[in-house]
Design a protein around this ligand. Structure first.
Ligand code: 6GU
Length: 231
């Protein structure tokens, strides 16, 4: 998979890909991440990428030309499955969107900034708009890092134990059960006896029960959606 990220703040995206699972996925050539500095395609000698909005009002708007030039340059090299605009008014990102994006080959993520982007970019170049939740970030970069992480870890071979992505919270619309490690008794705080029993049927049943309890109490919205689907 290849992910091209377009931003005016490329430095914001250095950290997230330089460590841990994302770094390993890049090193193993399971994903190819390219961060493009939009300013390279900016207009005039100041490499301008934004301008005042027509009709007046505070806040700059990202201009169409630098973005179109960069996206068209990328599209001339390969076919893209989606050109995604990261924006708080997009479709709210969830595990099922992560799952479907992880099956794609080439993605562009465009990070919004300032007051927004010229609407004509959305009309002509963008195929999908994603928000990571109902709050406002200063720009789309951190959101693009979140989406990239959630998607890349689902690519086969990225996680060592391939079953571990499947047992994540949300993957089966259940939160994860509690987990414990040594010591089995820490200052009187004991690990549930069943986990020390060696009886894997009982352990599986306990974990399932705990996952269901957690989902019911912490995320009744997910629990109710799940039981509606069953009916
Ligand atoms: Cl994708 N961008 C910005 N600027 N704010 C957000 C967001 C994206 N998702 C939630 N808040």
């Amino acid at each position: 998979m290849r992910i091209d990220i377009i931003t005016v703040l490329p430095k914001l995206l250095e950290g997230p890909f330089a460590d841990s699972i994302l770094k390993r996925a890049i090193d193993k050539d399971l994903v190819d991440i390219h961060v493009h500095d939009l300013r390279t395609y900016g207009m005039g000698k100041h490499r301008q990428v934004d301008d005042y909005q027509f009709g007046g009002g505070a806040g700059m708007v990202m201009m169409i030309e630098p973005i179109e030039t960069l996206i068209n340059a990328l599209k001339s090299e390969r076919e893209y499955d989606e050109v995604i605009f990261m924006t708080p008014d997009g479709e709210v990102f969830d595990q099922s969107t992560a799952n479907s994006l992880s099956l794609q080959k080439n993605l562009i993520l465009l990070c919004g900034h300032y007051k927004g982007i010229d609407e004509r970019i959305r009309e002509t170049l963008i195929t999908k708009e994603i928000s990571i939740g109902d709050y406002v970030l200063s720009g789309g970069e951190l959101a693009a890092a979140v989406v990239t992480d959630a998607v890349v870890r689902l690519i086969p071979g990225v996680l060592n134990n391939e079953t571990s992505a499947l047992s994540d919270s949300f993957q089966d619309d259940l939160l994860s059960p509690p987990v414990y490690t040594r010591p089995s008794d820490y200052k009187g705080l004991k690990v549930p006896e069943v986990l020390l029993s060696g009886d894997f049927n009982r352990i599986d049943a306990w974990r399932q029960e705990q996952a269901e309890q957690r989902t019911k109490t912490r995320r009744p919205d997910i629990w109710n959606k799940k039981s509606e689907l069953k009916d």
